[in-house]
Design a binder for this molecule. Structure first.
Ligand code: SAH
Length: 247
């Protein structure tokens, strides 16, 4: 198949008018430093940094990241950086969000369900909810989950289930449940066994691995009949995966 070059991808993504999934998205388009023009500049940067998945780029183009940050930081929403969201946590860097999401979508079968560990601001959740039918998201810090739930409701994204729980144990609400895809936004020293158990055969898991004092690697896994296939997607810096729940 013919592969588009960087310039062609930029044209293809940024030339059409933005297609909003519902009226709420249109309402939160923003202005000035959170305008469509500013968002488009970020998308262009992601493309030049090697993001090629057109669906992911389109969804990130229309999603108001500024809605997931405090007003004081809104002017920096479309920089390709992680930013503080309180409780010592951060909203993930856009390039990382794009890279992780694309990995999940590029498996052999299109995922219909995804488990996210670390809801945080809810931004990554909003991206997943526009691409995958059913999203399950776990956060250990209750106030963060509450704020994210409120923001995602404002965007009228209603295919998301929330849990306040320690995501090292996966989705807490059902025995034997399995997902087509799993994404973790918090870095454990080693991948918790529960996450492989809750992944369907043929499914993909993407997760940063490594402690705070050592380098972290963004790892992609695919569960095969005969074992796990792993790919390193790059060096990253995430907040650590921590145990227990904060009320
Ligand atoms: N995707 C989010 C990332 C937030 S940072 C965003 O872009 O906003 C990672 C999040 O993982 C933090 O909110 C942190 O509280 C959460 N986290 C850390 N360890 C966890 C665990 N064991 N279970 C659930 N969430 C966890």
């Amino acid at each position: 198949m013919y592969k588009l070059n960087t310039e062609e991808v930029i044209q293809k993504i940024l030339t059409p008018k933005v297609h909003f999934p519902n009226a709420a998205f249109e309402q939160y388009q923003g202005m000035g430093m959170s305008s469509q023009r500013t968002r488009d500049r970020l998308i262009k940067r992601l493309i030049t940094q090697g993001i090629e998945n057109l669906e992911v780029l389109e969804v990130m183009r229309r999603t108001p990241r500024h809605l997931f940050l405090d007003e004081a930081l809104a002017s920096r929403s479309y920089e390709d950086v992680s930013l503080p969201i309180g409780f010592g946590q951060t909203i993930s860097q856009p390039w990382v969000v794009a890279k992780m999401t694309a990995f999940l979508l590029e498996g052999e079968q299109r995922p219909q369900s995804v488990l996210e560990i670390g809801t945080g601001s809810g931004y990554q959740t909003a991206i997943l909810a526009q691409l995958i039918e059913q999203v399950y998201t776990v956060e250990r810090i209750e106030p963060l989950s509450c704020i994210a739930q409120e923001r995602l409701a404002r965007l009228k994204l209603d295919n998301i289930e929330f849990a306040i729980s320690d995501g090292q144990w996966g989705w807490p609400k059902a025995e034997g449940v399995q997902f087509d895809a799993i994404l973790s936004a918090a870095a454990p020293e080693a991948v918790p066994e529960a996450l492989f158990e809750q992944l369907k055969e043929g499914g993909r898991l993407v997760i940063p691995v490594g402690g705070q004092s050592q380098a972290q690697r963004l790892m992609g896994y695919e569960k095969r009949q005969r074992g796990i296939k792993e790919t390193c997607l790059g060096d990253v810096l995430f907040v650590p995966m921590q145990a227990g729940v904060v009320k």
